[in-house]
Design a protein. Structure first.
Length: 315
């Protein structure tokens, strides 16, 4: 019961003093209006990072060396067929994606491009031998070679069929990782040079990445200049002449012109006053609304109190 004493006294006090209650209601409205106007209209949610955006892209791999050469194909599975020379030098079994180089270190990685087609490789064997002296500096596995040339690999003959009999193609190569062993870390050289058995301590300098220049903003087309031919202003000259002549000339047109000018000036003055009133009223809409709420609330409370007050009885 003690907890209800203060609220009940406060309520009856406000009921007796209706003017204070009206002022209290008006102050509450003004406070709420100020708080609402101070809040931002909208809040932009924090940008979220797309899932997987922090993962490195395969296209952003470091390019260590680029060039072009003639490539052939092989498939050494130690079966002795089609010039098979035995297992690859790296000790890895023959597989798709394995290539042979006459000078690059074993386990060097990269990819080749042929007519827009891209194929990854790693160096797992040595070769070609004598053809490398004639510019054939890369041996691709037969399955990769078939994919690039549109043929099919024949596992019985270890040859590529259906590509028009192509055995050599011109490719572009890109090195993305050098192997740790011996070999030349630069453009390939013939097998006969013996570079494949020496440690290269001066690898090629990676090419600088190409930075695309920002596109220059297009200039807006200038509007074509059109010549304006001045028309004779006979009517305007006649009007000026009549205005100079004045009312003494006895012309009724001068009187009409003066009246028209006067009406136009009065219209401009009225428009200016209306614009000024509109601009001043727009800045005080919030204050007027608040005052109106106070007046209406207070008047309503006072009027209600007068209607409900009982008349005094005479003894």
């Amino acid at each position: 019961m003690k907890e209800l004493v203060f609220p009940m006294r406060f309520f009856f006090a406000l009921h007796k003093n209706r003017l204070a209650a009206a002022l209290l209601v008006g102050a509450s409205v003004l406070t709420a209006t100020g708080v609402a106007s101070a809040l931002p209209a909208s809040a932009t949610p924090a940008a979220r990072t797309a899932p997987g955006a922090d993962k490195p892209d395969a296209a952003s791999q470091t390019v260590l060396l680029t060039g072009s050469t003639t490539a052939s194909y092989f498939w050494d599975d130690s079966s002795g067929r089609a010039g098979d020379t035995g297992l690859p030098a790296s000790g890895k079994p023959m597989q798709k994606g394995m290539a042979a180089s006459p000078s690059w270190p074993l386990f060097t990685e990269g990819y080749v491009i042929y007519k827009g087609k891209k194929a990854k490789f790693f160096v797992g064997d040595r070769g070609p031998g004598e053809p490398s002296s004639r510019g054939v500096m890369l041996d691709l596995d037969a399955k990769t070679f078939a994919d690039l040339t549109g043929g099919t690999f024949n596992p019985n003959t270890l040859m590529v069929n259906g590509n028009g009999g192509m055995g050599h193609i011109k490719v572009q190569y890109v090195i993305t990782k050098w192997g740790d062993g011996v070999g030349k870390k630069n453009h390939p050289v013939a097998f006969s040079t013996g570079a494949w058995g020496r440690k290269d301590r001066n690898p090629a300098v990676p090419p600088k990445p190409l930075v695309a220049k920002p596109a220059e903003p297009k200039k807006a087309a200038e509007p074509k200049k059109t010549e304006v031919v001045a028309e004779p202003k006979k009517a305007e000259e006649a009007t000026k002449a009549e205005a100079v002549a004045g009312p003494a000339a006895g012309s009724s047109k001068n009187v009409v012109l003066t009246a028209d000018v006067k009406r136009e000036k009065e219209a401009r003055d009225l428009d200016g006053a209306a614009n000024a009133a509109a601009s001043s009223s727009s800045g005080s809409k919030g204050t007027a609304a608040a005052v109106l709420l106070i007046a209406v609330g207070g008047g309503a409370l006072l009027l209600t109190g007068r209607r409900r007050r009982p008349g005094r009885r005479r003894a």
